[in-house]
Design a protein around this ligand. Structure first.
Ligand SMILES: Nc1ncnc2c1ncn2[C@@H]1O[C@H](COP(=O)(O)OP(=O)(O)O)[C@@H](O)[C@H]1O
Ligand SMILES: [Mg+2]
Length: 235
């Protein structure tokens, strides 16, 4: 069964439709990327999946229709979004940010400590900075914290909105390598990106989003034969 199944999803801002009947699926254990230029509707797609913008159509997560305006219920079921711009809480410490990620567990119980140990093993740089304010981290470290905080919630499907934004290529490489490893451990991932070559390196399958429409679905290994992508994205 698909972990995520989207049919005829539309989203609008006022009278302007920003997503036009998007169909998309993600199988259990897949790492799928949605590529598209600035303004294509990538963040809108993420918000529509989370049910936090004006939308219509069907979004099913683990075989069930998703609720509107209830990200907490979605998080409880295992659907977590790492938003564009990371959304870490600057005046709070790294550890406090991670605690927020794990808040559905209630107290800092054994499961919390197990997840924390796993996150800090994956991102040793966060361990060194646990008591530092999140706002004082570098962009790359903040992105690691954003992913770490999402992992604290125990996701089954992780949505990532342009994690590479504003980061140096080496740091992007590190983060994508972590995503690849998380996927290898069984986590399903939907990665939305502008930086196509990097995302295509780790994806099992890819969609191309343009002006609010999915215009193609393809195998990342065959991307050199895809004219539009080659022209716009592989330079
Ligand atoms: N809050 C908003 N109000 C009005 N229009 C918006 C809003 N957010 C995004 N849009 C418009 O929706 C379209 C898609 O935007 P977005 O989803 O942010 O694209 P992407 O993430 O691919 O850059 C763009 O035309 C953008 O201007
Ligand atoms: Mg965006």
């Amino acid at each position: 069964m698909d972990i995520l199944s989207i049919t005829g999803l539309r989203a609008r801002y006022g009278h302007v439709e920003a997503l036009h009947s998007v169909d998309l699926r993600l199988g259990e254990g897949e790492l799928v990327t949605v590529l598209g230029p600035n303004g294509a509707g990538k963040s809108t797609l993420m918000r529509a999946i989370m049910g936090v913008c004006s939308n219509s159509g069907q979004v099913q997560f683990r075989g069930k229709d998703t609720p509107r305006n209830n990200p907490v219920a979605l998080a409880t079921d295992g659907l977590i979004l790492v938003p564009e711009g990371r959304g870490v809480l600057g005046p709070m410490t790294v550890e406090e940010n991670l605690e927020i990620g794990g808040y559905l567990l209630g107290d800092r119980n054994a499961e919390f400590e197990r997840r924390l140990a796993e996150v800090l093993e994956m991102f040793p740089r966060l361990r060194e900075r646990l008591s530092q304010d999140a706002g004082s981290l570098s962009g790359g470290e903040q992105q690691m914290l954003a992913v770490g905080r999402a992992l604290m919630a125990g996701p089954k499907l992780l949505l990532l909105d342009e994690p590479s934004l504003g980061l140096a290529p080496r740091v992007i490489g590190e983060i994508l390598e972590t995503l690849r490893e998380l996927n290898a451990r069984g986590l399903s991932i939907l990665l939305v990106e502008q930086k196509a070559p990097l995302a295509l390196k780790i994806a099992n399958r890819a969609y191309f989003l343009s002006l609010g429409k999915i215009v193609s679905e393809f195998d990342p290994k065959e991307v050199s034969s895809h004219e539009e992508l080659s022209k716009h994205y592989l330079s």
